[in-house]
Design a protein around this ligand. Structure first.
Ligand code: MSP
Length: 697
């Protein structure tokens, strides 16, 4: 059952947990998703066909309550926050191939099929549950009434319901055998030991439906029950691929990528992924994932960064001030993967300045500037080489091997340390050779030869660093690649040009592009600026909360003091954009850059365009954003012929919550000027050529 076909070997399927939509994304969520992106990029660069899935977990009592507290319907509430996750992922250059929402029809259909299959195979039966339930963890708690949740410590609630049960007890022995035969299934070791101990202590059957609330997927054939939210959520890993669909394209995708190679998760949800999920799959007769890999927690002020503690930092804040690459680099370099790691603004800025601004960034700009100044931007021929060049070259070669091995072993921090060891060696080599200074005894000709040698060796070593660092810092490395005259790095990665990274890729005669700033040094006020952004965000969150007339989450009112000057608690409502009726008043108010930065405006290219049947205004467009394709409905049919739009580059609002018109989902909005009394639309465009996916900011 768990055999994998030969052809699966050249494919790789990686997933993040799907995130609850009761709170807007923070650095903790960004961390898991960035790690997956880095792994996915590095697999693609190796020429492996990769599928990277993320998404949002939108059902269950917790979301239903958060929405009610915000005075919103669960669907509206979920759509708003899910949109924020999606927008943030594109802001951080995350290359997910799919983003699943558990409220989508494709998912609901798949979950119902999974439930029916398990029931048909005799693993689901009716019973009644009397016991405790933790709404925050959506977890049945085996403890007497009044007990706190053993996982999060919050009070549990008594539940007495007629339910469907899953025969988890029937899988105890098979699960233990599976763990034994597949030691790589649960990683790291500490999590594996915990899970094995849990299963050995005995498994009870699991209640897998609820009747006391409605926000979930109905049990097929018995609609007053909704399916347990963890069964619903875990199934996303297969429903997103196409499980439960009749469409041959979906079925083929499922065949191609299932089973998953890596489910990356936070360590607190190991039990769900390593016990319940494989048992559900065994019950349905489906292959099991190859591995469940748990990352540690990102801590802020020594506790897990989380909404309920009130100690969150938003990824947007760091990206606004230092750029998204800086955030990606910092998280991978600072945290030993698998262990908990501390986030502080101080260490972030220190690493940014030390490793990026003064390190890699400065090195690149010195070499590129000298190449322009001395050789008119053309890579010279290097004649002869001495010990220093031999040492540099052999260091680079050994770093390639070590980096790749460490990266493959998911020792990201060590791998980057190794790579920055090479940055330091290149720096030292340049300083020692000092090509900018002609010693008096050296002839002009000799000096030019030295300069050619030193700059071409340094540039080649920079090329190696850049190619290796691409999965971690896609934006900055792409700029460097262009400066080195090597063209489009993203495309090089996609077309297998990074499959083997060897010394000697930069040819004499290559024409360097103009130097462009990479990591401007963070000045003293960088931390202050980030703190201000966080405070502004917290204040607008609290304002939105009080507008909605809600009470704060009790867990939040005990929020510990953070180092931010005014740690206003981020309540559930914090996550919800201000109510619509405020919109007109807000039009008159000035906005900050941070407000503007929340609108993700992107260049997109129209792939297909057609009229929406029975509508004289709407066109259905399929647009390419570079990192994804999507469908948008635009009210421009009276002013634009669909055929003429194909191939045209337009500007879209990429992070608009999806909405349905005439039964079709529109994912974004095309930006147009509104002209004349009638408000005729004129599409925004560019005079220069711009790449698809480019952000307007
Ligand atoms: N919805 C469930 C998961 C269902 S998967 C089938 C859930 N969601 S969550 O919103 O609480 O997000 C959990 C995940 O977010 C964690 O497992 C982890 O990957 C990530 N993180 C959230 N906070 C984090 C930290 N402070 N540190 C590291 N990762 C964090 O559980």
């Amino acid at each position: 059952m768990t055999e994998v076909s030969e052809s699966k070997q050249e494919r790789f399927y990686i997933t993040t947990p799907i995130y609850y939509v009761n709170a807007r994304p923070h650095l903790g969520h960004a961390y898991s998703t960035i790690v997956c992106d880095v792994i996915a990029r590095s697999k693609r660069a190796q020429g492996i066909e990769t599928w990277f899935l993320t998404g949002t977990d939108e059902h269950g009592q917790k979301i239903e309550r958060s929405a009610a507290q915000a005075g919103r319907s669960p669907a509206e509430f979920a759509a708003a926050i899910s949109g924020e996750f999606r927008a943030l992922w594109s802001r951080l250059n995350l290359t997910c191939d799919d983003f699943i929402r558990t409220t989508e029809l494709r998912h609901q259909r798949g979950v119902q099929k999974l439930f029916s299959d398990m029931r048909d195979r005799g693993f689901i039966y009716r019973g009644s549950y009397t016991g405790q339930y933790c709404v925050s963890d959506e977890l049945y708690v085996d403890a007497p009434p009044g007990s706190p949740c053993p996982d999060c410590g919050r009070p549990t609630e008594a539940v007495r319901e007629e339910n469907y049960f899953f025969k988890l007890s029937a899988f105890e022995r098979r699960l233990l055998e599976y763990y034994d035969e597949h030691p790589e299934f649960i990683q790291p070791e500490a999590r594996r030991n915990e899970v094995i101990a849990f299963v050995r202590s005995g498994l009870k059957d699991l209640s897998v439906s609820r009747t006391s609330f409605r926000w979930g997927i109905p049990v097929p054939g018995d609609e007053k029950h909704v399916i347990y939210v963890w069964m619903d959520a875990l199934a996303n890993y297969i429903t997103a691929l196409g499980y439960g669909s009749d469409d041959p394209v979906d079925q083929q995708r499922f065949q191609r990528f299932w089973p998953a190679d890596v489910h990356l998760i936070g360590k607190e949800i190991s039990r769900f992924h390593c016990v319940y999920w494989p048992a559900f799959l065994m019950a349905a007769g489906l292959p099991l994932p190859r591995s469940v890999v748990a990352n540690g927690w990102l801590l802020f002020d020594k506790s897990k960064m989380s909404k309920s503690v009130g100690n969150i930092v938003r990824a947007e804040t760091v990206a606004d001030v230092l750029g998204s690459d800086a955030l990606r680099y910092f998280l991978l370099r600072e945290i030993t993967f698998g262990q908990d790691g501390n986030f502080t603004f101080e260490s972030l800025v220190q690493r940014y300045n030390g490793d990026l601004a003064n390190g890699y960034g400065n090195l690149v700009s010195r070499v590129v500037a000298m190449m322009h100044r001395i050789f008119d931007g053309k890579m010279p021929e290097a004649t002869g080489h001495g010990d220093a060049e031999d040492a540099l070259q052999s260091k680079a070669i050994s770093v390639i091997t070590a980096f790749q091995a460490q990266f493959e072993a998911r020792e990201f921090s060590r791998a980057l340390e190794t790579l920055w060891g090479l940055v330091a060696v290149i720096d030292g080599y340049l300083t020692a050779a000092a090509p900018w200074k002609k010693p008096p005894e050296r002839s002009e000709d000799d000096h030019r030869r030295v300069q050619a040698r030193v700059l071409s060796f340094a540039a080649e070593a920079i090329r190696v660093v850049t190619a290796l660092a691409w999965p971690v810092m896609p934006e900055a490395t792409a700029k460097v690649w262009r400066q080195l005259g090597l063209g489009d790095l993203e495309q090089a990665a996609r077309t297998g040009k990074l499959k083997t990274i060897e010394w000697g890729g930069l040819q004499p005669g290559t024409v360097f592009a103009a130097p462009a700033p990479l990591f401007p040094r963070a000045e003293k006020d960088a931390i202050e600026r980030m703190l201000n952004l966080e405070n502004q965000n917290n204040q607008s969150a609290v304002a939105a909360a009080s507008q909605a007339g809600s009470t704060p989450d009790p867990a939040v009112s005990e929020a510990k003091t953070t180092t931010m000057s005014d740690p206003a608690p981020a309540s559930a409502i914090a996550s919800v954009p201000a109510p619509v009726q405020q919109a007109t008043e807000e039009m008159d108010a000035k906005i900050t850059i941070a407000d503007f930065a929340r609108v993700d405006l992107r260049v997109a290219q129209v792939l297909t365009a057609e009229r929406v049947p029975k509508s004289d205004k709407l066109l259905r467009l399929e647009v390419d954003l570079g990192y994804e394709k999507r469908q948008i409905l635009a009210g421009i049919a009276q002013h634009y012929e669909p055929e003429k739009l194909i191939g045209r580059k337009v500007v879209i609002v990429a992070n608009l919550a999806p909405r349905k018109m005439r039964g079709l989902e529109s994912n974004g909005m095309v930006v147009a000027a509104s002209v004349g009394d009638e408000g005729a639309p004129v599409l925004a465009g560019f005079l220069e050529d711009v790449p698809v996916g480019a952000r307007l900011k």
